[in-house]
Design a protein around this ligand. Structure first.
Ligand code: SAM
Length: 455
């Protein structure tokens, strides 16, 4: 028996464009599960051929619907970052980005303010590979999963920070694109997670609406003139969607931005009551995805700008560089710095940005961790293996699925190679991590806290 939707919730949606009470209730009672993934365009996709891929998500070229939900935990290429499991409606951000930057240069600096577990951030790094991306999460316990997902995705242009939105006041006018995927009452996910139904109340919607306003009021100062704000929630409530859009125009004078949408997609285009801000509503009875709302704005006003651009990173000592550089494909493109004993590679192109983040925010992960120097050796970091920085000279050991799973469980396995020393293991062309091959055994360097615990 499926859990009934609260009457007060149904009543609160009455009159909202696109809300059709009967089909909405039916689709929730049916509880059909839609599973979707987003392929990583920066990694080979051979390994995803064993997934039950059904069709492409219409508004995201890398999005795929699956005909059933496989065990992602037991799929080695999932651990290598070949794809991200993401709800299909929220992949619409990809379409928004493509449309707003269609005839313009990509944004230089991007912030994803409410980022954990990393769905929008990994999408942004794929859509904007040449941008500098700050992926921020305020809740401490959620930062490690965010960092893990960013590491697996393998991008070198991301900084993960752990800050309250008010800390972004220190960076006035710094970002060209700000994504606020706000914490919300979560009604859009009721079909997927029926337990969330019990938490819904009008008082909670009101509390979420205040929190969304506070987040926006704290962060908006960091948006540059002509920069874009993308605001989204997974709530159907007007107080968290259209009313927040009107409030954004009233408070900050941002200009609403229309995004062209294909009518066949089933997305409901709405406008807010006061300022006719265009918004895009996703209903599970109208398309293959969960409930979602998104709107886009442009900052027309002059804003103060942050002038800390010329800050530099402190470079690692020459001997450390000499030890680390052979592990990198294009060492000349990176600054190597030594942070808490770990050598970090940061793109030279973004040196000022990386340094500015280190000085103004609480950085939890920056660039790509190359490894730890031990005497004359480098213990290479897992993040390096999963990134695009890895030297092509590093030997690769291709594993069969059984051995790949043993590797990911940190169990013992044997390899058929005469070569000794550091090597990377791969499955279906996707790198899954480091081993050190010794004369009599193979040392497994898969991170202990990431290992698969499932039998
Ligand atoms: N963007 C994420 C993704 O696509 O994977 C999902 C973000 S989720 C909808 C909202 C996030 O906001 C959560 O990670 C939550 O921890 C964070 N959050 C909660 N309270 C917040 C606050 N007061 N300020 C900023 N973020 C907050």
């Amino acid at each position: 028996m499926s859990k009934p939707l609260p009457q007060s919730f149904i009543d609160s949606l009455h009159g909202i464009p696109g809300f059709n009470k009967n089909s909405f209730i039916d689709v929730h009672e049916e509880r059909k599960q839609v599973t979707s993934i987003r392929l990583n365009p920066l990694k080979p996709t051979h390994g995803t051929s064993s997934l039950p891929i059904d069709s492409t998500v219409p508004w995201c070229k890398d999005g795929r619907y699956l005909s059933e939900r496989p065990s992602f935990t037991l799929d080695p290429v999932f651990h290598g970052g070949a794809y991200y499991v993401q709800e299909a409606s929220s992949m619409f951000l990809d379409h928004v980005i493509k449309e707003i930057y269609k005839n313009k240069p990509a944004p230089k600096r991007v912030v994803d303010l409410c980022a954990a577990p990393g769905g929008k951030s990994t999408l942004l790094t794929a859509a904007l590979p040449g941008s500098f991306i700050v992926s921020n999460e305020v809740i401490k316990t959620r930062v490690s999963v965010l960092s893990e997902n960013i590491s697996k995705w393998g991008s070198e242009n991301v900084v993960v920070t752990h800050n309250d939105p008010k800390d972004f006041k220190k960076l006035p006018g710094y970002f060209n694109l700000m994504v606020i995927d706000a914490p919300c009452s979560g009604s859009g996910l009721f079909r997927k997670d029926a337990d969330a139904i019990d938490e819904w109340s009008e008082a909670n919607v009101e509390m979420c609406s205040y929190r969304q306003q506070r987040i926006l009021a704290d962060a908006i100062v960091a948006l540059q003139q002509h920069g874009y704000l993308v605001y989204s929630t997974c709530s159907y409530s007007k107080q968290e969607d259209e009313e927040i859009c009107d409030w954004i125009v009233d408070q900050f004078g941002l200009e609403p931005v229309q995004v062209p949408v294909d009518h066949d997609w089933g997305i409901v285009e709405v406008v807010s009551e006061k300022h006719a801000v265009p918004g895009y509503r996703f209903y599970p009875d109208k398309l293959k995805g969960e409930g979602f709302f998104i709107a886009c704005f442009r900052q027309p006003n002059m804003v103060d700008e942050y002038y800390g651009y010329h800050t530099k990173l402190s470079e690692a000592a020459r001997n450390i560089k000499a030890i680390a550089e052979p592990f990198l494909k294009n060492p000349g493109e990176f600054i190597l710095s030594d942070q808490k004993e770990i050598v970090i590679a940061s793109l030279k192109k973004w040196e000022g940005e990386f340094a500015t983040m280190g000085k103004t925010l609480n950085v939890r992960k920056s660039g790509v961790a190359v490894g730890t120097v031990k005497g004359k050796d480098l213990i290479p970091h897992h993040e390096l293996a999963l990134s695009h920085l890895l030297s092509l000279d590093i030997p690769v050991i291709n594993l069969e699925k059984d051995d790949a799973l043993k590797y990911l469980k940190r169990q013992d396995f044997t390899v058929d190679t005469e070569r000794r020393g550091w090597a990377i293991c791969s499955y279906e062309h996707i790198v899954i991590g480091w081993v050190k091959v010794l004369p009599n055994r193979v040392n497994n360097y898969y991170p202990t806290n990431w290992r698969i615990l499932k039998a």
